[in-house]
Structure formats: structure tokens, C-alpha cells
Design a protein around this ligand. Sequence first.
Ligand code: PLP
Length: 435
Amino acid sequence: MTTTKSAEFFERSKRVSPGGVHSPVRSFRGVGGTPRFVESARGAEWLDVDGNRVVDFCMSWGPLMFGHQDPEILEAVKTALSRGWSYGTAEPYSLELAELITGALPWVEKVRFVNSGTEAVMSALRVARAATGRNRILKFDGCYHGHADSMLVRAGSGLAEMASPDSAGVSDGVAGETIVVPLNDLEAVEKVFQARGNEIAAVIVEPVPANNGLLTQKDQFLPKLMEIAHRNGSLVIFDEVITGFRVAFGGMAEHTGLKPDLVTYGKVIGGGFPVGAYGGRRDLMDLVAPAGPVYQAGTLSANPVAMSAGIAMLRKLQRDNPYSALRAKTETLANDLEIIAKQAGVLARVQRFASMFWIVFGGIKTSDGFVRAPEETPARQKELFAKGFHSLLNRGIYLSPSGYEVSFLSTAHTDGLIEKFLDAFRDTLKEPGWT
Ligand SMILES: Cc1ncc(COP(=O)(O)O)c(C=O)c1O
């Protein structure tokens, strides 16, 4: 595969944008090498500027449930464009999407649209603070909630501790209001609540942590977490930016039957256009301006083209209900990858949930053989994943470009394309250097 043009574009891009990209992981820093500059995409494949056709398992980091250029979403967007693309005033399209969501998801009594998952989280946290009169937020080590200052914090290992900033430019004061606890450790949560329960406005959690690998938690984790938080007068925010409309139409709230006080969405909700949303209990959402005192606004919020894409995406998901088929396809893919690894004598596990999967290379040392917290990831993951990533990419298979990111299946991933992935994986593992 030639990558001359991508390399040239990357060099030019580095001159005019930080790291040559507009979101860090796109730079391939986690795997080394040069990112591919994608010119167009259709179905489950993209074409880069050098003319290479590649099967895409990143799917824009999750939004594209039906693959690139789904005809129904495309049609909805074209129609919306022909009417105009930004009004800055009330319009019927956000009403339709809001009614669709509140009609289907009982825990979303009211919803506000924003432009990204980050904005959704930032705003939900503000509502939680206003509602409880408390300042602190409890989050988990290994959960990502976008780049709002208070969420950019690192955890202490083992016991819970107050967080220090994870990014330059975040003040100790803001970071200090966030308490970080380890995943898979409800005792740590209980201890934090015993010590500071009356200061914690909300617990925020990715109901399936999918931003530091796919760190699936045991079944009792979420219900017990909610019980502890509510017993202490704290709110519970499910950050369903990845899981919403992906693991089930109603995300993990539907999957578990649990009812968060507030919930955040992004990715799938906009059909691949920039949409985020936060919603939840009516009394909490009525705190938001202009109904209440919590200020939050946006010039381009509820953009009519993006709303139309979201409506088309959600209606198609409701009608086609692709969830069990996607789950089965992912299950088979993950099992087949593990069998190939076993036959090749390479230590690899494929953690999966719904239509998401994460390949873990190296020996997992936990008693049940699963990685459920960041520090349980094998030490050689970064190095081995990078090796596998490039070898697969050279064979036309694109995974999310980091050993700590998950990959996604869509309905556009046909059996033939999945077979291509399995063949490429088989050949990749024949290369030297895996042990
Ligand atoms: C769980 C979760 N929350 C929030 C965000 C931030 O969303 P955005 O990138 O749209 O700002 C992400 C992004 O990956 C996410 O996965």
C-alpha cells in the first residue's frame, strides 16, 4: 500500500494544526506511523487519498450504526439542506427528535440538545451541582467523559484519592472537586461516601466503560453503585455517549432496567453529525435556562441538518432493531479472533459487549481472565497492539488506532468483510515477534 499522499498531507497539517489533527487519537500517537487521510467512505469501507480501500472498524468512533453514507440518513440530510441549514430560532426538527426520545425512553422526561458529548456532560454536571447544592463529582479511573476541565483528572491507584489534573491548563481547584475511584471496586465507592457523602453532587459513570479498553463491569456494579449514591443523596449520571442507541435503543439504562437521574448522549444520536444531548428527570431538567437558573446555551445547538440526521438514524434503529443481530455478529467475530490467536500460539483475548470489541494482547493476570480496570491491562498491550494494528492496516483492515480504544461493528460489515478481517488477522499472527 502506498501512503505517500497521506504522509505529505500529515506533514502539511502539522504545520498548521497542533499534532496535525483536530482530535488527539487521530494522530496515530498510540500506534506510531502516519494517519491515513480519508477522502470518502461508503458502507463499511473508506478510501484514502492514496486510493487505498480499507474496511473501517472505527466507524467514526461509534456513531455509524449503519455504516458510512446510509441511504436513509443521506436522503434526510439532503432534504434538510434544501430547506436551509441554520435558523438560530425555534424549529420543528429538534421538537421531533426530542419527542421521539422522550416518548421511547421513560427516564428522559426532558432533553436539551447540544453539539458534542463533552458539552452534554459539562451541562449535566452543572445541573447536578445546582440541584443538590453540592460541588464534588465522583468519577471512575478509566472512564472518559469528554474534555471539560473537571473531568480531565487522573486517579490515584488502589484507594480512592482526590484527583490532580490530567491535562495542563486545568486548575488544581477545579480538578480537586472531582473524586476518582477505581473501577470494579465498590468498597472504595462506599468508603468515599462514608467520608464525604454529603459533598458529592453526582456520580458519573460510563455504564460500559469503553474509553480505556472495554472494561466491562460485573452485573452488580451499576445497581449497587446507584444504591450507594442515592442512599447518600447524590444523583447518578449515566454517560451514554458511546452506549446510547448502540447497546440497545435505550442504551445501558434499557439494558439494565436502571433509571439514572440524568443521562448524556452523543455519537449515534446525531447519525454522524455533531449532536450531543443531556436529559433526565423533569424536575432536574427544569433547572436549565430559560426555565430555571442553570445557564447553558449554543448558537448552533439543535442544528436542523444534524437533527434530521438524528431523526433518520433513530427511526431506522427503532424500525430495524439491529441490536441482537449486531451482538451475535460481534460475538462470532470475537470468538473467531480468539480461536485464530490460540491456533497461532499468541496470547490474545477479545473483550466484547454488544457491537463493540477490544483486542487485548498479552497475558491477563486477573482471576477471571478479564480486564475490568485500566491497571489490569497487560504491560505489552501498547507495543503488541501497535504491531497488530499496522500489520492489519497493510492488509486493508482499520481498527481504532490505539491499544486502549474499542472498535465497532455496523450493519454494513458483511460476512465477506468480516472474513477478510479474519484472514488478515491469521496472516498478521504468522509474522514473527508475538511472543
Ligand atoms: C463516554 C463518553 N463521554 C463523553 C465523550 C465526549 O464526547 P465528544 O467527543 O463528542 O465531546 C466521549 C467521547 O468519546 C465518550 O466516549
